[in-house]
Structure formats: structure tokens, C-alpha cells
Ligand binder design. Structure first.
Ligand code: ATP
Length: 327
């Protein structure tokens, strides 16, 4: 070990995602395996400011790999966005003898981490924990696969009732301004279309897609809509359809927070475990201000500045696949 880190702090921040617990477990056990103490920080950056810091042993993370949510709780913390708040966070961190941090969260979490690391020269490694899959430099994020599976289970159920009543369903899924969940859940559930923010023109094509569907005597249509101002959300699209086509029996389902919950899939548990180990390895290897990612099944190191760049492309070819398969 080149740079000696004696104690690492771990926290979860921003929106919770299934698999965060598997990541906490992996970070804790890998650190202890390497002779590094672990301090768990509760409620994200808020816990650093309010001093909710507890030392963890290996048994503190027993029996959590299968649990959704995060045992460390999470929070959105406005105070950490101020220099005074971050100064307090740093002082508490030093008083707790924490030398480095592993932060598990999304782009906001990494934005805060980058600023904090720069201001106080703190070694910080990030793990991508978000169901939205909207971080650049990694093929997938912790929680995304579980959310995708939760969505398709719900869509399968809605399909049963949609078919019975010959209805047009708009189902809204999460993703913030990214269409990964909408596009891939549409493919996996056999939906007629996906409306995603990355393809604004689709909203104009929607009518055609649906008309084709009904003309071909399908007795129901399901359109997955990504939550976003750009798409107008499921309610926005349904309103338009009702006005323009009163003949359709239009229904809306907003899946909401059900998408965040549940036991993580095998894929998310494995991803979180690998990334947790890689985070401690990276710290011991003197890596700083990077997110752990996975590209082509290999662990990669992504600078925070790149991870939070809002440019992760959806695979546009998948829209074509969806269109072919929905005839
Ligand atoms: P998700 O993608 O699930 O929403 P996230 O990490 O993007 O997760 P945010 O609420 O955006 O969630 O950010 C989490 C926390 O990171 C914020 O509550 C705040 O404490 C901190 N943070 C975000 N942006 C900044 C910033 N510009 N400066 C300092 N801290 C920040």
C-alpha cells in the first residue's frame, strides 16, 4: 500500500437504489479484509454534517445483500452545497479519524464529492447507485437491472387488463431525463412504443404508431413513457390522445416509487459486490475523485467530471428493434 488509509467512511446519497446494501457490504468487508477501519455515515452528506457516524464491523453488514433500499438511509442535503456546510462535514470527518470516503449515489452525489475533494484534498471514490442508469462511463449502474425487472413485472400485469378491455395504456416510468428504463422495459415487456426524452420527434410519431397498432386489429396498446418535461409524461400524452382521438379508451398508470423498491436482482448484487471491492482497491492504489464503472464486464475508473457529464447515449438501434417487433 503506497498511501496509507487507516479508516474509510461510507455513505449513500441521493435517491435510494436496490443493491446499495450489497455495495455497503462489499466496501465494509473489503476494507476490513485489508486492515482498514470502516465508519458508516448515516443519511448521506447530512450525516457528515450532523455527525451520525458509527464504526462498522463485518457483522454490521450481515444479512443485507438481499435487502432493497439502504441500511445507511439517504438524504438530500442542501447544507452540503454551501462552503460552511462542507467545512463542518470535513471537521466531523477528521474528528472521526476518517481518511477517505466511498460515496454511493448519482450525479448530484458525485458533483458534491468532486467539490469536497478539491476543497479539502480528501480521497473520494464513487459507486454509481441509481436506477436511472444515467451516469457516463459505465454500462450500467447499481439498481438499474432491478428497477427494469420491477417495471416489466408491472407491465405484464397491466397487459392482462389492457387486453381484456381493448384499452390504450400509457405507463410512466422513472429515469429523470434518461430513457434507459423506458426503452429497455418497453422492449422486454413487448410494448408497442417507448417515448423517451432523447428522441423528441417520437411524440409526433406516436399517433401513427398507435393508429397502426389498432388498425392491425391489436386489441390493446401499451406505450411506455419516460418521466420528463420533454415527453410530457404519461398524463400529458394521454390528454392529447383523448382530445384528438375520443374513440380510444385511454388509461394512465404512473408506476412511481414501486420502481425503487424490492430485493436486488442477482445482476445488481454481483455488480455492487464487484464495485465495492474495486472502490477499496482503487483507494489503496491512490486513485482519487473517480467513479467505479463497468464496461464490457471489466471494472473501469471514470473521473467524476466525466461520469456526471450529461451525455450518456441510449442505444438508438433499440428503438428500431422495438418498432419492428411491435407490428
Ligand atoms: P439520484 O440520481 O438518484 O437523484 P443524486 O446523487 O443525483 O441521486 P441529488 O439529490 O442530486 O441525488 O444529490 C445528492 C446530494 O449531493 C445532494 O443532496 C447534495 O447534498 C449533494 N450535492 C448535489 N449537488 C451538489 C453541489 N453542486 N454541491 C455540493 N453538493 C451537492
Amino acid at each position: 500500500m503506497k498511501y496509507e488509509i487507516k479508516c474509510v467512511g461510507v455513505l449513500t446519497s441521493g435517491g435510494d437504489a436496490p443493491g446499495m446494501n450489497a455495495a455497503i457490504r462489499a466496501v465494509t468487508r473489503t476494507a476490513i479484509f485489508n486492515g482498514i477501519r470502516v465508519k458508516a455515515i448515516y443519511r448521506g452528506y447530512k450525516g457528515l454534517i450532523t455527525n451520525e457516524i458509527v464504526e462498522f464491523q463485518t457483522q454490521n453488514v450481515s444479512n443485507i445483500i438481499q435487502q432493497g433500499g439502504t441500511i445507511l438511509k439517504t438524504a438530500r442535503c442542501m447544507e452540503f452545497m454551501t462552503p460552511e456546510g462542507r467545512k463542518l462535514a470535513y471537521e466531523n470527518m477528521r474528528n472521526a479519524e476518517i481518511d477517505a470516503l466511498v460515496v454511493i449515489g448519482g450525479d448530484g452525489t458525485f458533483t458534491g464529492a468532486r467539490i469536497f475533494a478539491q476543497e479539502f484534498n480528501v480521497p473520494i471514490i464513487g459507486l454509481p447507485g441509481t436506477i436511472d442508469n444515467d451516469l457516463s462511463g459505465t454500462d450500467t449502474t447499481i439498481g438499474y437491472d432491478t428497477a427494469l425487472n420491477t417495471i416489466i413485472q408491472s407491465v405484464d400485469k397491466i397487459r392482462d387488463t389492457a387486453t381484456s378491455h381493448e384499452r390504450l395504456f400509457f405507463i410512466e416510468v422513472m429515469g429523470r431525463d434518461a430513457g434507459f428504463l423506458a426503452l429497455n422495459s418497453a422492449l422486454a415487456s413487448g410494448a408497442e412504443a417507448a417515448i423517451i426524452p432523447e428522441r423528441e420527434t417520437q411524440v409526433d410519431q406516436l399517433e401513427e404508431l398507435i393508429r397502426n397498432g389498432f388498425r392491425k386489429s391489436k386489441n390493446s396498446s401499451i406505450v411506455i413513457v419516460a418521466e420528463s418535461e420533454i415527453t410530457g409524461g404519461a398524463n400529458g400524452l394521454a390528454k392529447r390522445m383523448r382530445e384528438e382521438h375520443p374513440e380510444y379508451d385511454v388509461r394512465v398508470t404512473i408506476l412511481g416509487h414501486i420502481q425503487r423498491g424490492g430485493s436486488p436482482t442477482a445482476q445488481d448484487r454481483i455488480l455492487a459486490s464487484r464495485m465495492g471491492v474495486a472502490a477499496i482497491d482503487a483507494l489503496m492504489d491512490e486513485q482519487r475523485s473517480i467513479m467505479i464503472g463497468v464496461v464490457n464486464d471489466e471494472i473501469v475508473h471514470v473521473p467524476f467530471t466525466k461520469a456526471i457529464k450529461d451525455d450518456k447515449p441510449v442505444n438508438a438501434g433499440l428503438l428500431g428493434v422495438l418498432q419492428i417487433l411491435s407490428i
